[in-house]
Design a protein around this ligand. Structure first.
Ligand code: ASP
Length: 453
């Protein structure tokens, strides 16, 4: 037999690992993180957050930094005292890790100088990640790469994707292994600019996208996503695999583990995210993937929901035959700068579901605009609505999902006030009274997970 001449190059696997604040809150947590990274040589690029809370009454370093910025703008005599407290948190970590000869003294002098002369909110807030990154690089013996040299924002304050990816890919290729602090980059004016809170998740995703990583591991303090909110359902089952689209639906409705914007850079590169638990590294966590042939454990992947919506019900005889009616109604919301969530409709009725907080203080402006633009017969407002999203790729191939949901709700004596099923058959949105919210979530969870009917 002819010898197989195919060049079997061994592909190097690259994992980008991001650690959240609670994973890096003190030296003991840092050690766990060090063990995790050293256990797998493919974990080559590390994105740390700032130290988070060590216990429930504690303060995150980022919050301390934001506070000190405000102090600096009001009363400079108090800056030193507050800065010493932040310094003490880092000192404790450095000592606990026994990093002899390593000091952040110069960095703290720079921070103090900035606070005393030209305080800048983004720069100050970003120092939590910067300093943690410096420690992490020293501890792991990885190269430290300042995020401000590899992440760039454009004029509108949005990520400059092209420049960031190109610069980051080149820089990281040279480094081989590196620590890149999360949460910030460089603004168009050359100053440090941060993402929104929780933004280290986005940095991790950008790094993973730039180096075309095989996986983006996001290490936190829970073993991945749960089918339902543990504050409502006791000990809910975990989600092993979830698609990006399912996750979007669930996080939009309140499920939060990952920053919403963190999905995009890896999603477009087809890189899976693995949510892992620093305190239980043996747990497989949740895989977030583009698409999967894996059957979900249950018909539904997850349930999420929020209270505090309101429904604006618009009635008009022969609405169905009036071209442009919907546009005129939506224009009334647009004119008032209100985002709408859902829009179930009947033949002569149309319902616009909005957030109460966004809507109630403008309600009369909206109602008069609807009358002016669309001349309806009546406009009614109903408040205290909670929305529940039942999400799952498995719903498409299972008959009777909606039937099961509604029979469970009826058994639980929950009145359904609105139903909206997306055409993708990926989710069903149910509106119930705020007061019925928890009962409804429990009932849906029970029917699909506990009894697995
Ligand atoms: N440290 C920042 C925050 O507390 C960013 C992050 O942790 O992702 O929001």
């Amino acid at each position: 037999m002819a010898e197989n001449k195919v060049d079997k190059k061994v592909k190097t696997v690259t994992k980008v690992v991001k650690f959240g604040g609670s994973s890096l809150a003190d030296a003991a947590q840092f050690k766990k993180v060090g063990d995790i990274i050293r256990a797998d040589k493919d974990r080559r690029f590390v994105v740390p957050s700032a130290p988070g809370k060590r216990h429930s009454g504690d303060t995150k370093v980022t919050d301390m930094l934001i506070h000190i910025y405000h102090t600096a703008t009001e009363d400079k005599t108090k800056v030193k005292e507050e800065l010493l407290k932040i310094e003490a948190r880092y000192e404790e970590i450095i000592e606990g890790l026994d990093l002899k000869g390593f000091s952040l003294e110069k960095d703290f002098q720079e921070i103090e100088q900035s606070l005393m002369t030209d305080p800048d909110l983004d720069y100050t807030a970003s120092r939590g990640e910067y300093l943690n990154g410096r420690i992490m690089a020293e501890y792991l013996d990885y190269e430290f790469i300042d995020a401000k040299d590899v992440i760039f924002f454009n004029d509108e304050g949005k990520l400059n994707t092209y420049k960031t990816e190109k610069t980051m890919a080149e820089r990281l290729k040279k480094a081989g292994t590196a620590v890149i602090p999360g949460f910030y980059g460089m603004g168009k004016d050359g100053r440090v600019k941060t993402f929104s809170r929780g933004g280290s998740d986005i940095t991790g995703s950008i790094v993973a996208g730039a180096v075309k990583a095989d996986v983006y591991e996001n290490w936190t303090d829970v073993s991945g996503f749960l089918v339902a909110d543990p504050r409502i359902v006791k000990n809910p089952a975990g989600i092993k695999t979830i698609t990006y689209r399912e996750l979007r639906e669930l996080s939009y409705m309140g499920a939060s583990v990952l920053h919403e914007e963190a999905i995009f850079p890896v999603r477009s590169a087809g890189i899976p995210i693995n949510i892992r638990n620093t305190n239980a590294p043996e747990d497989a966590g949740t895989w977030i993937v583009e698409s999967t042939g894996m059957k979900p454990d249950y018909t539904i992947t997850g349930i999420a929901g929020k209270k505090g919506f309101c429904a604006v019900l618009i009635t008009k005889s022969l609405m169905n035959s009036e071209v442009g009616f919907g546009r005129k109604v939506l224009q009334a919301f647009e004119e008032n700068d209100i985002n709408f969530e859902h829009m179930p409709s009947g033949i002569d009725t149309m319902t616009i579901v909005v957030h109460e907080d966004e809507f109630l203080h403008k309600e009369q402006n909206v109602v008069s605009a609807i009358h002016r633009l669309a001349s309806p017969d009546a406009v009614e407002i109903e408040t205290d609505l909670a929305l529940i999203a039942v999400v799952g790729r498995g719903m498409k191939s299972n008959r009777g999902t909606a039937g099961r949901i509604f029979s469970a709700l009826s058994h639980a004596r929950v009145n359904v006030r609105m139903i909206d099923q997306g055409s993708s058959e990926l989710n069903i949105i149910i509106g119930v009274e705020n007061a019925d919210f928890e009962t409804a979530v429990k009932a849906i969870y029970d029917i699909f997970v506990e009894t697995q009917m």
